[in-house]
Design a binder for this molecule. Sequence first.
Ligand code: ATP
Ligand code: MG
Length: 412
Amino acid sequence: MARPASEQTALWVLRKLREGGYEALFAGGCVRDQLLGAPCTDYDVATNASPKQVRGLFRHVLMVGAKFGVAMVVHRGQVVEVVTFRSDETYSDGRRPDRVTFSTAREDALRRDFTINGMFYDPIAKKVIDYVDGQEDLQARILRTIGSPEQRFDEDYLRLIRAVRFAARLDFRIDPATEAALAANADKIVSISGERVFDELRKMLSNTSAVRSLADLQRFGLMQHIVPELFDADDHWPAAMQRAEKIGHYADFLLTLAALLLELPSRVIGRICRRWGASNETRLALQWIAKHGGDWQAAPNWPLCKIKRLLAYGQFDRLCLLWLAIEELDTGQTDYHQLLRKKIASIDPDQIAPPPLVSGEDLLGLGLSESPKLGRILNKLYDAQLNEELKSRRTALAEARRMVTEAAAPNA
Ligand code: ATP
Ligand code: MG
């Protein structure tokens, strides 16, 4: 997968477009971030060349979004999104604009969501091109829709969440008219596809401003429609938020999401993940963390084998941070956490998930047949190995022989 473009690569693309006789400007997020003096991770170029014309100018162009005016120029392992100036479109299916009409820079600015996202920058002339008074709002630190908020949200309700995300990330105020329209239309978010919503949530929770985003989503009534399951019981949301407040600063999307969903039953988490089109990996991680969320008091006293099995799972670090957060919230102390840490520190990393000393083949060789019994014995042997009771293959095989004999006894 190609990386987002550096400024240098985006500039190279912009120059080539101009040499080809087209207009080309930096657009959107990178202009905003540059004016804020914030690091920009992704440069978009806007042009009056159509995607087909863009393809004619560069060797390697991906045309996946061409119908919507986007061509991706790949250069030196980086990808620059080249967006054709286009005018407004509606999103009747909540996924994609129905129709796009190629147009001018001015119209392209007007179809964008917020004033601070609607500016262009000419890096050759070093000039901001601002048809939407974005610079003023940037100065005053205000998030405001371009044009009537009611109308702009009505075109695409995903903008409701985006408003919250940008205001939180930049620590901006939301303009009162925009804010009123946000609250008034919160329930419409259900018309937006789960995939688009999830994408925005991911960006939100991957930022240190996650907690403000979540608080705002709830304040405007959006969260109640995004995860209604968290509002089934009165105390669900406040508890979820308390956990999020403890760990939101890690800017770890999965950790914060796990903190929110921790108390929900596994099948409900499954349903939410399906609604969002989340990967199986994400779903399983969230379900695993939720399953063990309540074990923070018991875990330090578990047998070594049980602790090691948890440690071997890729989500253990997140679980541990959540356990710490819950313990602090419940007791104001960190005693259990410290006990567990001490126990973990004494474990040799090579002994967390060592190769088994005894295999299924060995048990078959000892006369056991393929059966659930075989699986159970293998498991017991591996637990004993993890508990460091069996340290060599010789002692493990002797124990296996004893277990097989015992299992073969008539009353076993
Ligand atoms: P980020 O750093 O979070 O990616 P960004 O500003 O680059 O911020 P994107 O979602 O990547 O945000 O979108 C790029 C630009 O496209 C935005 O700055 C905005 O001008 C425009 N845009 C994106 N989504 C919408 C939308 N739903 N409605 C209107 N304009 C949009
Ligand atoms: Mg972007």
